[in-house]
Design a protein around this ligand. Structure first.
Ligand code: NAD
Length: 404
């Protein structure tokens, strides 16, 4: 039997929630027979389950199609599916712009809110928005430049665009910069999330609030593979604290208002157009140009690198499936050491890296490895890209794109 995982502060009371699962199955059946029963009936059932929906604008997905080898899951591309309006915060960034492209490609409307900060070259973000406009025109995409914490702006966006899904990816990113300047992480990642959750609750059309968490919440875990039910009480950086706090906030908003919330813990996402401040792109660029790379620690630290298209697939699946209050790992499940990672890039570029050996940085975790059983079972998430395939595509992209 498949199961749902619910997050709780105390590792002891992490629960394997069959009750939630049963509720979910009942709802799946309700959606499956949606066309056959009257609207009022559905509203009654939905209200009883404390799920916030406006039936008229609800994304209609066909729960009868099986897309996950056994589990009855909605077919997101099913004919007759109603068009969603998805508010993507951080939609000018790396994962956000790739997610916007996926939603626009399948016919949904997208609203982007991004402050376009200069954590890395803002031209990259401008280019991402330009590319989306060139590919899809202005008709189905709206772009708002501004801060998540600007309550008036957020209220204006919800009133004007009426999103039925929030895909909250906007955040200050990076572990090391959060140690240098923690306040900005509290502002964007914690306050910003509260402002957005408040708006989602006020505007009852929002049926699902999906947000980015991070593998960094697991801290210095020594587990062979990290499970959603593991303790996240020992974060090693302010960035990790900000992400763990978002998960607590999501729990509370689900508890108080019945808002569906889904946290996605990403594991080192890489791929074409990736973030220039992250190791994959920094290493590719510097090795290609014959410049030294900084290698922290003895090279044995491991990361569970996850290809961006696989992560985007998981995000879209989570957005399509309101599940109560849940958290999922979106990783790959096969970690690789730093040395091995560098050597794959060296082989692809046909160049030897010049390595600057430096001590381990505080805040860095020694290893990440996702257990993706829950995401597989509940979302049908199925990462397909091996590190070699993904890095090949990333290196090709780098070699064919002028560096901004
Ligand atoms: N890339 C990874 O490996 C990774 C791993 C774990 C978690 N995440 C999370 O995934 C999400 C997307 O990350 P990414 O790698 O695409 O980073 P990114 O920096 O490319 O995108 C984040 C975007 O959020 C915007 N933003 C930041 N603060 C904002 C604010 N106050 N108001 C409005 N916009 C704001 C930035 O301008 C940026 O465009 C983030 O929440 C990040 O914490 C990423």
């Amino acid at each position: 039997m498949s199961s749902a995982w619910e997050w709780s502060m105390e590792p002891r009371i992490f629960t394997h929630v069959d009750v939630l699962h049963t509720t979910q199955r009942r709802l799946e059946i309700v959606w499956a027979i949606f066309p056959l029963i009257c609207e009022k009936h559905i509203v009654d059932i939905v209200e009883k389950k404390k799920l916030i929906y406006s039936i008229e604008d609800m994304t209609f997905v066909d729960w009868t199609k099986d897309t996950s080898g056994g589990e009855t899951m909605p077919d997101c591309s099913a004919p007759g599916r109603r068009r969603s309006t998805v508010l993507i915060t951080g939609g000018a960034g790396f994962i956000g712009s790739a997610t916007a492209r996926r939603f626009l490609s399948r016919g949904d409307n997208v609203v982007v809110l991004d402050e376009m900060n200069d954590h890395y070259d803002v031209k990259r973000k401008e280019q991402n928005i330009r590319s989306l406009r060139q590919e899809f025109g202005n008709g189905r995409m709206e772009f708002f430049q501004g801060d998540l914490c600007d309550e008036q702006l957020v209220e204006h966006i919800f009133s004007k665009c009426n999103p039925n899904v929030v895909c909250h990816l906007g955040a200050r990113v990076g572990v090391r910069p959060s140690i240098k300047d923690p306040s900005v992480y509290v502002h964007s990642n914690i306050k910003g999330t509260v402002v957005l959750l408040e708006a989602a609750v006020r505007h009852k059309n929002c049926g699902n609030f999906v947000y980015a968490s991070s593998s960094s919440v697991y801290g210095e875990s020594t587990a062979a593979a990290f499970k959603e039910t593991d303790s996240i009480m020992r974060p090693l950086s302010q960035y990790a604290v900000s992400k763990a706090t978002c998960e607590l906030l999501a729990f509370t908003y689900n508890h108080l208002y019945g808002l569906n919330t889904c946290g996605l813990r990403f594991f080192t996402v890489y791929g074409p157009n990736g973030r220039p401040d992250m190791a994959p792109h920094r290493f590719i660029e510097r090795i290609h140009r014959g410049l030294a790379i900084d290698l922290y620690g003895d090279g044995t630290s491991e990361r569970d690198y996850t290809y961006v298209d696989d992560v985007v697939d998981g995000i879209v699946r989570a957005c399509d499936r309101p599940l109560g209050n849940v958290v999922f790992n979106l990783g790959n499940g096969s970690p690789v050491s730093l040395r091995e990672f560098v050597s794959i890039i060296e082989n692809m570029l046909g160049k030897k890296a010049i390595i600057n050996e430096l001590p381990t940085q505080s805040g860095d975790v020694p290893r990440t490895c996702a257990d993706i059983t829950a995401a597989r079972e509940m979302l049908g998430y199925d990462p397909k890209t091996t590190l070699t395939e993904g890095l090949k595509k990333t290196v090709d992209w780098y070699l064919n794109h002028p560096v901004i």
